[in-house]
Design a protein around this ligand. Structure first.
Ligand code: MN
Length: 232
């Protein structure tokens, strides 16, 4: 039977809707914050952001355990603002991009850095490092527009109560309208798509037993994930 991947939908006050957001593609933006590009050894002046995909099976609900994959020794957190797409379109202009935004969420682009590095070195795709099961935990989708987004401050991630990552979505290399334009230049955006908009600097390793809490200042939803023991 075909699995239907969904996320809860909520309003600004956090109240849950009876409807669910039906998730389609998961699009992830790479190197969308200059400081993070530098921490990964790249020059943001010379290399623009780019995108890659995670399968729907990467999606994980809030308040669930993250299963540490057996094929990695170096799982890292990437804290990201997620844009939920509400209608389909191709070749979307920057001026029209706002019409395609359904709402927002806070997500983590969990990454097996060792497998990603190995793939880079071998010139292979990143799927094993980026698209594994449960690698995209995400809060409920809060309905909202680019105007409502203006109310929110920094993205903040704590690990066992200690702040490990902080960044402001206003400093993204590609703004939200620009990334909708850039992605839709090559592939159609469809209702239900999620765009993980890239991570600010401060990515770091997680270990079993860690509790992660990802938030966006002023936003109704917080993502809470516990790193469960490693798969055998
Ligand atoms: Mn990422």
């Amino acid at each position: 039977m075909l699995t239907r991947y969904t996320l809860p939908i909520c309003d600004h006050d956090g109240s849950l809707s009876v409807e669910q957001f039906s998730v389609n593609k998961i699009i992830c933006i790479g190197r969308n914050y200059a400081e993070h590009a530098r921490e990964m050894g790249h020059d943001p002046e010379r290399e623009p952001p780019f995108f890659f995909f995670k399968p729907q099976s990467a999606l994980a609900q809030n308040n669930t355990d993250f299963i540490y994959p057996h094929f990695s020794q170096q799982v890292e957190h990437e804290l990201e603002l997620v844009v939920a797409i509400g209608k389909s379109g191709e070749q979307i202009s920057v001026a029209d991009a706002a019409d395609y935004v359904f709402g927002f969420a806070v997500g983590l682009d969990m990454t097996c850095r060792d497998r990603q590095r190995e793939a880079k070195q071998m010139g292979r795709p990143w799927e094993l490092g980026k698209g594994f099961d449960g690698s995209a935990p995400c809060t409920a989708i809060q309905r909202g527009s680019l105007t409502t987004l203006e109310q929110y401050g920094d993205l903040v991630l704590t690990r066992n109560g200690e702040e490990v990552q902080r960044g402001n979505w206003r400093t993204m290399v590609w703004s939200i309208p620009e990334l909708i334009t850039e992605v839709s230049r090559y592939i159609k955006l469809e209702a239900g798509d999620l765009i993980f908009t890239g991570t600010p600097a401060g990515v770091g390793q997680v270990t079993p037993g860690d509790a992660l809490c990802a938030s966006l200042e002023g936003f109704s939803q917080e993502l809470t994930i516990v790193i469960a023991k490693k798969q055998s």
